[in-house]
Design a protein around this ligand. Sequence first.
Ligand code: FAD
Length: 311
Amino acid sequence: MEIQYDCIILGMGPAGLQAAIHAARKKARVLVLGRPEASSLWRAHIENYFGVKGPVLGEELIGIGMEQAKESGAELLQEDVVKIDSLDQNIYKVITEDKGEHTTYSIIFTMGVSRKGLGLKREKELVGRGVSYCVDCDANFYRGAKVAVVGDGSAAADGAITLSKIASSVVLITEEGLNVTPALERELREADIEVVEGDMIEELLGDTNLTGIRLESGREIEVDGLFIEKGAKGAMSLAALLGVQMDPERFQFIVTDDKQRTNLEGIYAAGDITGTPFQVAKAVGEGCVAGMEAASYALKRRRAEKGGKSE
Ligand SMILES: Cc1cc2nc3c(=O)[nH]c(=O)nc-3n(C[C@H](O)[C@H](O)[C@H](O)COP(=O)(O)OP(=O)(O)OC[C@H]3O[C@@H](n4cnc5c(N)ncnc54)[C@H](O)[C@@H]3O)c2cc1C
């Protein structure tokens, strides 16, 4: 099988773009996936980063970083990743929201931290009693049940499609309308899913377990499960399900060593996704190390597979 990439980077923020610059300059074949406008940096004003006289808008820094990554030889594709399959011999297949399939020797997780949650009264209390933050982790508990999914992005749309094959009914509630690729939206519309736009959840119903939701319009929907899936799929749905070791306390951050390696061969992580401090300087520092390490690892494997010939 022809492996398409040496390194696939999940995330188009400072960690991902810095990793791409360093990996591509080592002549690795690099693909960067994600959305620049979804980076935490996009709307931030920066004045504490070395060499930058601030305040500078993050959007400007990311734009320059994307150009640098492309000039270094990396390919950039503005799509979210919805699934990762582990194939034989530590080869990975990365699947995007438009059903693109890309094989690689190495992956760098730089997906940042999700600030999800609806902030509703009793939301935390009902986690595990009807409220979930991960379709891929909990869908099977809702076989034949009535469920709702809330979110505008690829995680919510893909999650609703998955649930439509398992649950008896699925309602997708979007805050400001769908923000997904046309192919994913088409798939969603073809599935047996009711899409509610611009009518957010106001209240969670039920005593010990969730029994329903009330929308701002006053409409009540009877559900056994509510999946809060804001934005793109995060560390829990992609990294943890692959078997990547997460921090044992919050199960939110990926554990790495000083070379940004995780417990899985060929899998690296950098930036906010490895923990605090959430700072650009840390993100690019770790991105640099991860990019160089992943490229060296993948190029060594490619050379070995070619029978020891150099690139
Ligand atoms: C309001 C605000 C102000 C800040 N001010 C400062 C400051 O002054 N100084 C400072 O140093 N730091 C500041 N920060 C923090 C800084 O922005 C972050 O530390 C930094 O952006 C982290 O970089 P990252 O690459 O790890 O993650 P992010 O920049 O968050 O990038 C994450 C990327 O992952 C992608 N992604 C997520 N899920 C998927 C998926 N399923 N598939 C593909 N891609 C995915 C997203 O699309 C995005 O491109 C601020 C942050 C905020 C929110």
